[in-house]
Design a protein around this ligand. Sequence first.
Ligand code: GCO
Ligand code: MG
Length: 402
Amino acid sequence: MTITGARVIVACPGRNFVTLKIETDQGIYGIGDATLNGREKAVVAYLEEHVIPCLLGRDATRIEDAWQFLYRGAYWRRGPVTMAAISAVDVALWDIKGKAAGLPLYQLLGGASRSGVLVYGHASGASIEQAVDAVGRYVAMGYKAVRVQSGIPGVRGAYGIDRGDLSYEPADAALPSETLWSTPAYLDFAPKLFQRVREVHGFDIELLHDAHHRLTPIEAARLGKSLEPFRLFWLEDPTPAENQEAFRLIRQHTVTPLAVGEVFNSIHDCRELIQNQLIDYIRCSVVHAGGITQLRQIAGLAALFQVRMGCHGATDLSPACMGAALHFDLWAPNFGIQEYMRHTQATDELFPHAYVFKDGCLHPGDAPGIGVDIDEKLAAKHPYQAKQLPIARLADGTMWNW
Ligand code: GCO
Ligand code: MG
């Protein structure tokens, strides 16, 4: 089966998505997500200028060889742009392989290890009471796990607060909007938030929280310790993970489980954290960590050290990424949980998909391949719009981690 065509489709049904579509001489095509939030066009250029010319005429069945060709062959390894492009090719080829075999992707990986994929939703509010109410809405929808974020008094634009509907889209303007950050205010506030959520909703629901890379190691240690009574499923990105040694310090002080990895793009980014058992969940995504081909190696490494998978699943990852992730999750022996921020209706219409939500779990369905398609006619009606992620500054103007 030969690759006869490949093209990049950029569409903005409220937020930008980059999708690679690969066509073959047998009439079978596959798609893969290549979205890199706020830097979309860099991946488009990488694919169009450097990758697609190498794909034409290749054997579409040789997924591993295509991965190695694009990774080793570029000479310049790793990086979010390169790896998002490689991932898009990888997933599109797995999609094609599944369609050619008449099998859903999870069957190609080794079959289902469980009956459904446990997901967590995003509850947030401008205040503690609003966040508590939002958790109630997720419980009512059947969610068994919920991430909770709340506005913090005196902190303008605190991370992770939605705009009153189910979706949260931080990339909101052509130039980065500015938010404010105060670690002291946050550290005092976070335990009060979780105390209230547990008082109202009890301990039957799993709770998660994202610190979004904003703390120093000792601050993260303090946060983890102060949240212990509320038994979090995980505390995510407590400190930036370029400095992986930092997690040793956090670990020495708290038994709150730690999750890291949504910005990682290589197994090498994960290696130290996993081998030293400094984290409990690794959050790499299909799209940013080199597709199914590398993600299953990461899962294999993690399994050796009892680290479980908790794939990133924000709405800036397209339904094509979600579909692939759900097949992966259904198979992965060391699956933990999958993030599931709901896409808007406009996005769901653009990407018809087989996956469904039921009783707190997502199910990838049994359509061959990844079970997600793209409506190209509809895509043409949603042209690209320049949108970047916000930045964060301290009160004195110092740049901080958003
Ligand atoms: C999460 C994430 C996202 C990121 C977003 C950036 O845990 O879901 O932190 O919401 O902020 O993916 O593009
Ligand atoms: Mg996160």
